[in-house]
Unconditional design. Structure first.
Length: 99
């Protein structure tokens, strides 16, 4: 082979190997964005409505449990676990964030 052709092939090999890390990072970023979009869509369609139902149900249960929690002295704890936690999960946390 001609000397220029060999040098050109070596140059292409070096450039190609040098670009491999950037290509995999771009591919990972695309997959991450797609996964995040799926999580957000699932959050809107499934999780938020269930969280709303849990908040309303927890409020009803807290009202039913109010006489007993008043006698037990743990009204604030019952309110936190049955109303505030589901409410924060449903209305405060970022979309698609399940942590």
């Amino acid at each position: 082979m001609c000397k220029i052709t060999k040098q050109f092939m070596v140059f292409l090999l070096i450039v190609g190997l040098g670009l491999v890390p950037f290509g995999s990072a771009a591919l990972a970023e695309d997959q991450h964005d797609e996964e995040k979009g799926i999580r957000m869509a699932a959050d809107i369609v499934l999780v938020r409505p269930l969280g709303f139902v849990a908040t309303v149900g927890g409020t009803v249960l807290a009202i039913v449990a109010l006489p007993f929690s008043l006698l037990g002295g743990n009204t604030e704890e019952v309110f936190q676990y049955l109303v505030v936690k589901p409410g924060k999960f449903t209305f405060v946390r970022p979309l698609g964030d399940f942590d």
